[in-house]
Ligand binder design. Sequence first.
Ligand code: PNW
Length: 466
Amino acid sequence: MTLAVFASAVVACERSVSFSPADIAAHHMLERAPRGFFLGAATSAYQIEGGARTDWTDWEKGSYADGTPHVANGASAARAADSWNRWRLDVAALRSMGANMYRLGVEWSRLEPTEGAWDVAAVARYREMFAALRAAGVEPMVTLSHFTLPPWVAARGGWDWAGTPAALAAFAGRAGAAFGDLVDWWITLNEPNVYVAKGYLAGQWPPGAKDPARAVRALAAFERAHGLMTQALRAADRVDADGDGHATRVGIAHNVRVFDARTWNPIDRVAARAADDFYNEQFLDAVARGRVHAKLPRVLEIDEPFPALAGSFDFLGLNYYTRELTVGHLFGDEHYEPTTAPGRPLSDLGWEIYPEGLYRVLKRYAARPWPLFVTENGVADAHGDLRPDYLRAHLFAVDRALSEGVNVIGYLHWSLIDNFEWSHGYEGRFGLYTIDFAHDPTLARRPTPAVDTFREAARALGTLRP
Ligand code: PNW
């Protein structure tokens, strides 16, 4: 059997995984999860806090050449969920669900508003949040960089500036020193691949580029940043806050997407494999090999030793939402076109609901040397009627992987609360708790039906008293 035939046989059998609705409904979520399993929810600083000034603040005010605003309805994150002031509501929501972990962000531009400055009042506020979480039995997992850059970094060129990885490493070291006694779990970077795809290939996020060579260079810069940030964090945070023997647990939150070829046509299959390689694999290969590695075929390849990457993952965070059916094109600028599977359920943003994909992703990455952590998974669903089944089916996928011996150590739902969904503004509603941004001046966090589903899992896990 040639390698190509073998590879497509593997793909065919992976694709044939199909969950039965009756099995999902009868299933007891997380009942057999290992001791110490983390169950919780995630947010990011800029999407919920309000009041921060970043490169997005300017991007939100802009529009495309045809007049369409960069963000749906010209929305902005100026207030968002006002979690900078109302964060106690978020802690209460987590407690009431039975969560034992919360992934949240710190905003670089708030802590270091100009190069080298350090805002001690902002440090104090974050410390208060982390301490309150710990007191509530909720372990914080802190994201240092989640899509936004301080204006002073953006002005130098953002991810095109050769100094950005070192600037982020300096920030990571200061954050490690400032918060290390309260925080053990760290995410250096959120979804470098999404940032690169949106900001440098699709031109839909800052800096609004459509430039494949710049995209490759940006991915390489993210890899360097992660390696340097990890070194800085491990040097600065020596305090084991939760007494489990580890002062730091470092990873990235890596967006993974299932790319299935739309047909058996080899052009579609080549496109699916190329997308899979650039999007899913290259960052992980870089860490596994201790080399910066980024490549788009026929565009640019960067491959150079970078020892700081070696051993830089204590775990692999996976953000899983959906799959894409890939169509390839031999001619034209776009070699690859994403489509969705006909007849399958879709979220409000048109993303296929495909829980088997989470199982496939966990099985696939079980072959890597890192414990797996589902750091995001969720659905845009303004009415709240898709989310209960979405959550149940995706926890079914986690349980099935666990039962087959995959080392999954936690599951965090995106998102705890409705928030600023980047270019979709307030159109994409991912919250377990919903917020009426337009009419409710108190921005109350109101439970959607999926909170009950979450509680069912938390009871089985033992993190919520019956
Ligand atoms: C992730 N896409 O982003 C992020 O980490 C969150 O900030 C975000 O709110 C969440 O998923 C829901 O979208 C993504 O278009 C944004 O492929 C866009 C895409 C994927 C992930």
